[in-house]
Write a protein that binds this ligand. Structure first.
Ligand code: PEP
Ligand code: MN
Length: 333
């Protein structure tokens, strides 16, 4: 059960609400986000919500039958919109496109990608500076200096930045240069990191874990929301299955299922989802047809020279062709 409180609730009224909940043996977590104040109440007992709804300071009471609560679609009539500034909205009527290299490598590389995005009216650049790599000997990113460089190049173009944060200690120094923090698949259940991102007033995109279920992804989002940050996006990026013909099994089903289960925007990442360049464009278009709120894909001037994930990265020509098709799909939608 979720109780929405008025932000102006008095201490005395709050105590009355607490008393009713204690009498009914609910365990209560208080959540204060950028926008609202909630009590998440977990308990076995049935309760007549009218006994709470009329109390002073209570805005609304919602019974949520899902195990996760705040991210559930059951209590929120409208889908969540994430405002990034400059009129860029995720979760609105028009799906968004985010694109960029797997890794931020050099100034020249980022300038070329920024020009490519700008030319094609793409407003959000992806690019990792802290790279989770299977091998410790692989390229692990250019770190905070790479992010500052990315920011200085993107800013004049009005391009927003989404980049991965791998650990709590990185958050503070990354904060001024980031528009969306990405939690990577390998950190999808790093609960300390999720807790810490709950205290940040920047949107967070959480990727599905390598073998993560849809419910686990929703619980990861619940971690961040329950710590105070409700500006969240979820990303389907493929899961590990018995299939070896491609890198991951892109679970296109998850896009519609997530739209049913949560009010949060849902993003598709076909690049990691399939891991094979030639399959990325059609999966991107299929994702949009499946009703997601946006797509994120990897693009590089010379994918074959890319420091990471070149095999799944589009070149500028392929990206440009894809964008034209995306625009056609958006018109159909
Ligand atoms: C990435 O976005 O480059 C990345 C490492 O993604 P994932 O966490 O989905 O593997
Ligand atoms: Mn990548």
């Amino acid at each position: 059960m979720i109780i929405q409180l008025n932000n102006t609730i008095t201490k005395a009224d709050y105590a009355k609400v607490e008393k009713v909940l204690a009498e009914n043996k609910f365990s209560v977590t208080e959540v204060k986000t950028q926008f609202d104040r909630y009590l998440v109440c977990i308990g076995k007992k049935e309760i007549d919500i009218r006994s709470l709804g009329h109390l002073a300071g209570v805005k609304d009471v919602h019974i949520v039958s899902d195990n996760y609560q705040l991210v559930s679609r059951k209590w929120k009539t409208e889908y969540t919109k994430i405002h990034l500034g400059d009129g860029i909205i995720i979760g609105g009527k028009t799906p968004v496109v985010m694109a960029g290299p797997c890794s931020i490598e050099s100034e020249e590389q980022v300038v070329k990608v920024a020009q490519h995005l700008h030319k094609n009216n793409i407003k959000i650049m992806r690019g990792g500076v802290y790279k989770p790599r299977s091998s410790p000997y692989a390229f692990r990113g250019t770190g905070i200096e790479g992010l500052k460089m990315m920011y200085s190049i993107c800013k004049p173009y009005g391009i927003k930045i989404i980049t991965e944060v791998m650990q709590e200690s990185q958050i503070k120094e990354m904060l001024p240069y980031v528009d969306i923090f990405q939690v990577g698949a390998r950190n999808s259940q790093n609960f300390n990191l999720l807790d810490a991102l709950g205290e940040v007033d920047k949107p967070v995109m959480i990727k599905r874990g390598l073998s993560g279920t849809i419910e686990e992804l929703l619980f990861s989002a619940e971690y961040i929301f329950s710590k105070g940050n409700e500006r969240l996006l979820l990303c389907e990026r493929g899961i590990r299955t018995f299939e070896t013909a491609y890198r991951n099994t892109f679970d296109i089903n998850a896009l519609q299922v997530l739209k049913d289960k949560t009010h949060l925007p849902v993003i598709a990442d076909p690049s990691h989802g399939v891991g094979v360049r030639s399959y990325v464009p059609k999966l991107t278009l299929s994702s949009l047809m499946s009703g997601c709120d946006g797509v994120i894909y990897e693009v590089h001037e010379k994918p074959e020279e890319s420091f990471s994930d070149g095999q799944q990265t589009l070149n500028f020509l392929e990206s440009e062709e894809l964008i034209k098709k995306i625009n056609t799909v958006l018109q159909i939608l």
